[in-house]
Design a protein around this ligand. Structure first.
Ligand code: G3P
Length: 225
């Protein structure tokens, strides 16, 4: 499962890249708004830092299909290869997805709350569809199950599209989709930090070090022996 960072803050992105095995960055208009700077300035900085090989996802704003296509072309011009244009999966978005597929522009169908949206966007030519796991849970549904069902619908219908599960609030949601073989997940830095935060592990490591220091001397390491 590819793992992406759902954030546009370059300092946080750098931290996540330093510590975690990540494959790229996703943004949306609300995430960009938090940076309080011109959107393309922020996106270009992210692209420059993560490099041309990493995945970068940026969303269109226009409401109609033709405007979405124009937004998508500008996004790709600004951000280069390995850019995925996020298109909301509604009626206009499906039309835009078909047009962009024909132009060879890769699409991530976003704001996906239902299985039908996921299947349609994949069939229209999206490379990824993004079920909003936690937002679905908040509506009384089961986000993880919806994501799994979309994954299955795409596979069983031989549609060359993966899920890029999004909107996570805890490690368990992510881990369940990794176990299921989901194509990708995008996770905010705070949820990502929770993947590995575990005081029991810290205690075990402390005990190992303490035993070793008892055998040798305080502060001793293998390299310093
Ligand atoms: O980028 C889309 C998705 O990740 C939004 O997440 O936390 O706003 O529900 P959230």
């Amino acid at each position: 499962m590819r793992l992406l960072i759902d954030n546009a803050n370059l300092e946080l992105i750098k931290q996540m890249y330093e510590y975690y095995p990540v494959d790229g960055v996703t943004t949306n208009p609300s995430i960009l708004a938090k940076e309080k700077r011109p959107p393309f300035e922020v996106l270009r900085e992210i692209r420059k830092w993560i490099g041309p090989e990493a995945d970068l996802h940026a969303q269109v704003i226009a409401r109609d299909a033709e405007g979405m296509v124009t937004d998508a072309e500008r996004i790709c011009r600004e951000l280069g290869e390995n850019t995925f244009v996020k298109i909301p999966v509604n009626r206009e978005g499906l039309k835009a997805t078909k047009l962009l597929y024909a132009k060879g522009i890769r699409v991530t169908g976003t704001a996906v709350y239902t299985r039908m949206q996921g299947w349609l966007a994949g069939k229209a030519g999206a490379s990824y569809v993004a079920p909003y796991v936690n937002r679905i849970d908040n509506l009384g549904g089961c986000g993880v199950q919806t994501a799994k069902d979309i994954h299955d619908m795409l596979r069983k219908n031989n549609i060359a599209c993966d899920i890029l599960a999004a909107s996570f609030k805890n490690s368990q949601q992510v881990q369940e989709l990794a176990l299921y073989g989901a194509g990708a997940a995008t996770v905010s830095p705070d949820v990502m930090e929770g993947f590995i935060r575990n005081t029991t592990v810290d205690s075990a490591v402390d005990a190992f070090i303490s035993d070793f220091e008892g055998l040798t001397s305080p502060g001793m390491t293998m390299a310093a022996l």
